[in-house]
Design a protein around this ligand. Sequence first.
Ligand SMILES: C[S@@+](CC[C@H](N)C(=O)[O-])C[C@H]1O[C@@H](n2cnc3c(N)ncnc32)[C@H](O)[C@@H]1O
Length: 299
Amino acid sequence: MPSQSISQGIGRLSRPHSVIPILLRARHSRSFTCSPKQQKASDWSAVQYLKFEDERTRPVRDLLAQIPLQSPKHIVDLGCGPGNSTAVLAARYPHAHLEGIDSSPDMIKKAREVLPNIPFSIEDLNSYVPNQPVDLFFSNAVFQWLPYADRINVIARLIQTQPSGGVFALQVPDNFLEPSHSAMRDTATKGRWAATLDHFQPALDPFQSVQELYNHLKPLCSTINMWHTHYHHVLENHEAIVEWVKGTGLRPFIDPLSSGERGGFLEAYLERLKQIYPISYDGKVVLRYPRLFVVAVRA
Ligand SMILES: C[S@@+](CC[C@H](N)C(=O)[O-])C[C@H]1O[C@@H](n2cnc3c(N)ncnc32)[C@H](O)[C@@H]1O
């Protein structure tokens, strides 16, 4: 199935019926999303995020394909970002009442621009409470941004609000041990930025194992469907890997830095990537990107 851009999603909506040690230290210390100082300093950039819109939206469709609901009445896109995931949901379920929530003002602004018929609101998942029963909670590439201990509690709390047969579907990058991400952490420890980044502890926590997820969520659910997919994204060059992660996982590393430090960090990170990822015969670079999918059905 070809990728669908947000604008294609809008077109559809306008139809008549539209609508390990360092690892453990990171895990148990405060994380990027916990720090009000950092959150305030750096909103997301919808423009940077959407540079790889097709690649980032592909898992939305892969997750959606496994959702065992024909006609959910009420759907909430948790962490909807700039509306790319919401557009795919709107196309699949045109008769549902669909809404999107996200904590980023820039993302919500963009989502409202491209999908004006859908209600979007600025909400933090940690405090978000649905105002009516939700048949489908959908969340693409969001829960990794919550601190390790909070994620499972937020997911369980939201599942408990759902009617029997309701679905909670999520996808998260599972790339803590990928070279692209270990290179961020390595780069952070070497250079004139090391003291700053040591203070901020910018690495996102690794995601829960499928066993942990199963043990926590199965008591609330009739079925849990979990799987991994390894995407292999063919990118133009090593610089493109930097551009990709600048929209997501690299943000907590570079946002706290001065512009001079940031330039130095990015150069050093790029050099590391060049040592790790081989150049293909045609000059391109293959970025492996593992993602974890969970579809939980409320008991
Ligand atoms: C990688 S983007 C995903 C966007 C979109 N769902 C997609 O499929 O591409 C992650 C989004 O999660 C949002 N987010 C992160 N932490 C959040 C929180 N605590 N509450 C609500 N949204 C959050 C960010 O603002 C960002 O828009």
